[in-house]
Design a protein around this ligand. Structure first.
Ligand SMILES: [Zn+2]
Length: 402
């Protein structure tokens, strides 16, 4: 295969991105250290830093300690030099935030969806973005959107989002035209995975990681060598709509017995309501229609038999699904995020146990399954990181030359 030689401009851009990424990954860092980490020459690093200082993205913040020789000047990312807007179009609530370059949420807005779909739910997206753009945070560099459903990130297209009744909706283009900002769309669970990876702390640059987002829906984000793996059609990690129980409950996707009908936050509430009469000793039996996730979390913590039954069942089926991923991918680090993590250690232990029982012991024993460090903000932060990816290349190198 012929190797295309990079132009001078491309090389310069590549070096700038690499240097910026290195600054991003440290609190403070000297030019010499950047040169050591990146393998670039000192003059190349100095040149790139001059550009980044002029762009206002990097600043000199003090003098570091030295082991002999001149003490180095320390550099740091100017975290408030740019802002991004990110949206999480979750099932029951659309949520949006203004986020700085360090993932700090500066402002937040939420709108309940209340069953609206199609054009109406698109109107809600505009409403929340209108509110956020009017707050005056500047400069805004992009909009990132995490949404449930099958998403073509490259085309900026929502291929299919069952909950919102959106098919082939070119959301990125609609937002670009309306707000004159670059816009990016990604599946919410994939966004949550990036949020956890970038802002959760403690992950290495070439990490293999599966983040499973267990809330009203269930989806996974798969990172291989620190890059999101979306699959050929963008649907990698759509584990929520795999049938795990024959003739089970009707799922929103039209099938029966999907993982989502058993292990999601929506499912445990629904099942607790349905099964309340089987558990006369449960405190929840009096008003089953009033059961909410909050009530179930409290009941589970106080060992209520109904809550235990539905939550541990949910954990069991999730564990079996994870076993499938463990065996397929042999990725050894799994992280769980989303509302269901509120059930805590006992839920997690039940997930682990089911995974262990459903796959080769050796594979399961070498796999860690833990609760994520980035809470509900995961999707928001991941969607904002998507903006960084395009505009600032801070997080992921776009170039194929590295
Ligand atoms: Zn389904």
């Amino acid at each position: 295969m012929p190797i295309k030689k990079a132009t001078h401009q491309e090389t310069k851009q590549h070096n700038r991105d690499l240097v910026l990424k290195t600054v991003f990954e440290s609190e403070t860092i000297s030019r010499a250290e950047i040169a050591r980490v990146t393998g670039l020459t000192r003059p190349t690093v100095s040149d790139a830093i001059s550009g980044l200082l002029a762009e206002g993205l990097v600043e000199e913040v003090g003098i570091g300690s030295s082991i002999g020789g001149k003490s180095p000047i320390l550099l740091s990312l100017v975290k408030d030099s740019r802002y991004m807007i990110s949206l999480n179009l979750a099932y029951d609530q659309f949520c949006g935030a203004v986020v700085n370059l360090r993932g700090e949420v500066k402002a937040m807005e939420g709108i309940p969806v209340s069953g609206r779909d199609g054009e109406q739910s698109l109107g809600l997206v505009y409403e929340i973005l209108d509110r956020l753009t009017n707050l005056g945070w500047k400069p805004l560099v992009g909009v990132g959107v995490g949404t449930p459903g099958l998403i073509n990130t490259r085309e900026g297209m929502i291929v299919n989002a069952v909950n919102l009744d959106w098919q082939n909706l070119p959301l990125a283009k609609l937002l670009q035209d309306r707000y004159h900002l670059p816009a990016h769309i990604m599946n919410d669970s994939q966004a949550a995975a990036i949020g956890e990876y970038v802002y959760g702390g403690g992950y290495t640059a070439d990490e293999n990681l599966v983040v499973i987002n267990v809330r009203q829906g269930i989806g996974a984000g798969i990172l291989i060598n620190g890059r999101l793996f979306q699959g050929d059609g963008g649907g990698a990690g759509e584990i929520g709509h795999v049938v795990v129980q024959e003739n089970g409950l009707q799922c929103r996707c039209g099938k029966r017995g999907c993982l989502e009908t058993l292990s999601s936050a929506r499912a445990v509430v629904q099942r607790a309501q349905m099964r309340a009469s089987d558990f006369p000793s449960s405190a929840l039996v009096k008003n089953p229609d009033d059961i909410t996730l909050d009530i179930l979390v409290d009941a589970f913590a106080s060992n209520d038999p109904l809550a235990e039954q539905v939550v541990l069942d949910a954990a069991h089926y999730l564990g079996i699904s994870i076993a499938g991923l463990v065996s397929t991918l042999n990725i050894q680090k799994f992280v769980l995020t989303g509302d269901m993590t509120r059930f805590g250690q006992r839920w997690l232990d039940a997930v682990r146990e089911a995974t262990l029982q459903a796959t080769l012991s050796k594979l399961a024993e070498e796999t860690s399954i833990d609760i994520g460090k980035v809470d509900y903000r995961g999707c928001i932060l991941g969607a904002s990181a998507l903006t960084l990816l395009d505009g600032y290349s801070l997080l992921f190198m776009q170039s194929s030359r590295d």
